[in-house]
Design a binder for this molecule. Structure first.
Ligand code: FES
Length: 105
């Protein structure tokens, strides 16, 4: 039996300019909301390697560079692109409705 996902409202799409990210807290989660040329992606904000915050990272294409040790993650999939991080970062199913970015958890 599938449980109905819980939809969490995160922010206005206008709050996140293309090529940038925003830290958002919702339901006890600390998340990074990314705008990649108008497409929104959401990951955990905490780097899986240490105290870095991906919302503070450097974004190039669909990759974010952790602001702490410069590990690289794919924003779309959470996969590690370059160590020292090893563990993928969790991603969430994101969407936009009525100008608001949400995730289903
Ligand atoms: S804390 Fe992010 S790469 Fe080390």
């Amino acid at each position: 039996m599938n449980e109905t996902p819980l939809r969490l409202d995160l922010c206005s799409a206008d709050d996140v300019a293309p090529g940038t990210a925003l830290q958002v807290e919702a339901a006890g989660l600390v998340l990074a909301v990314f705008n990649l040329e108008g497409e929104f992606f959401v990951t955990d904000d905490a780097c899986t390697h240490g105290p870095g915050q991906l919302s503070e990272g450097f974004i190039e294409g669909d990759v974010v560079e952790c602001n702490f040790h410069q590990g690289l993650f794919n924003i779309r999939t959470g996969a590690v692109v370059q160590p020292p991080c090893i563990v993928p970062v969790k991603t969430y199913k994101a969407g936009v409705a009525d100008g608001r970015v949400y995730i289903d958890v």
